[in-house]
Design a protein around this ligand. Structure first.
Ligand SMILES: *[C@@H]1O[C@H](CO)[C@@H](O)[C@H](O)[C@H]1NC(C)=O
Ligand SMILES: [Cu+2]
Length: 339
């Protein structure tokens, strides 16, 4: 048994870490990993960026120096990213675009400068302090439209999932991100903005980045980033207002401008971090520990559902279930908590 525990510990260190967003969805096709998406430093480790002031917050390619093929997509069409290991942490999501300077192939461009505009988000849902939920959690893919008004040209598309499970301290938020290379065709005459730089867009002190999502439960949530750009000349109109879309292009623009951006979320959920149901005879109270390395094999079970039988023999040293109505959530490799 001791040998097994040691083996499990090593396994956890190697593979417990996190996730990546390595593949572009374009033309309705789920393309190969790292074909149109620049290979990120964490392609093996899956580790996040936690320092918003370093260049890696842009495309996370400092050690890979990778460039990719460039996918051709039509303005107004829907593209996306897949996450082979689902976005299993509670967090929020942003998508940014940046146009390569005229005459520069996007494959030769690093995306530096105040060039990034934000086109899509999946934020957190709050209700005044009763609950906070994260609709992007556990997604295996994320799709979103390229605004129809986007001018034709070559762009980087940067997706980031900001995991907030340990964001209660500065530098605790975890940025899982990658950049795809696309060429937008049949574009419009919009002026994307406002523009921000990476690094520069975030200080790390934003209320949506430096936040304790557990206690007290936040009454409201402020999505990090500049206002969304969904077409036309400036930033998006306030949610709920009607915008006049003069473009003759597809109705996509109208939809985005006038409805919640959540409408186009693809909800593909393939894993669960809940471990209620397994039992050691006792349950943990609210905010109590219900798993983690050295606690039980339960953490591994939640990461590797199909491989669970392999680890059933891990020693139980504490409760793995939560008192009703709470459920067990994996915060990191070492700690799972009831809430
Ligand atoms: C909630 O709203 C208040 C008042 O606008 C603001 O100060 C605070 O930062 C917000 N909290 C979050 C987590 O966004
Ligand atoms: Cu993680």
């Amino acid at each position: 048994m001791k040998f097994l525990s040691v083996l499990f510990a090593a396994w956890v260190v190697k593979v417990s870490a996190h996730y990546t967003l390595p593949a572009l969805i374009a033309g309705g096709v789920d393309t190969a990993q790292w074909l149109y998406v620049r290979q990120t430093n964490n392609w093996e480790t899956n580790d996040p960026v936690t320092d918003v002031t370093i260049d890696d917050i842009r495309c996370y390619t400092s050690t890979e120096s990778d460039t990719s093929s460039t996918a051709t997509v039509t303005a107004g069409s829907t593209i996306g990213f897949t996450a082979p290991i689902t976005l299993y942490h509670p967090g929020v999501l942003n998508v940014y675009m940046a146009q390569a300077p005229a005459g520069t192939d996007v494959a030769d461009w690093d995306g530096s400068g105040e060039v990034w505009f934000r086109i899509y988000q999946i934020t957190a849902d709050t209700d005044g302090g009763e609950t906070i939920t994260f609709p992007s959690q556990n997604l295996a893919q994320v799709t979103f439209p390229i605004p129809a008004e986007t001018p034709s040209g070559q762009y980087l598309v940067r997706i980031e999932h900001i995991a907030l499970h340990v964001a209660n301290v500065y530098g605790g938020a975890q940025f899982y991100l990658s950049c795809a290379q696309i060429e937008v065709t049949n574009g419009g005459n919009g002026t994307p903005g406002p523009l921000v730089a990476f690094p520069g867009a975030y200080t790390g002190n934003e209320p949506g980045i430096l936040i304790n999502i557990y206690y007290p439960i936040p009454a409201n949530y402020t999505q990090p980033g500049p206002p969304l750009w969904t077409g036309a000349g400036g930033s998006s109109p306030p949610v709920g207002t009607t915008s006049t879309v003069t473009s003759t292009k597809a109705s996509t623009t109208t939809t985005i401008s006038t409805t919640s951006t959540k409408a186009s979320t693809t909800t593909v959920s393939t894993t669960t971090t809940s471990s209620t149901g397994s039992s050691t005879g006792t349950t943990a109270a609210e905010y109590g520990q219900c798993g983690g390395q050295g606690w039980t094999g339960e953490l591994l079970l939640s990461f590797f559902g199909s491989q669970a039988p392999l680890i059933k023999n891990a020693p139980d040293t504490g409760p793995t279930a939560c008192a009703a109505p709470y459920t067990c959530h994996v915060l990191n490799a070492y700690y799972s908590q009831c809430y």
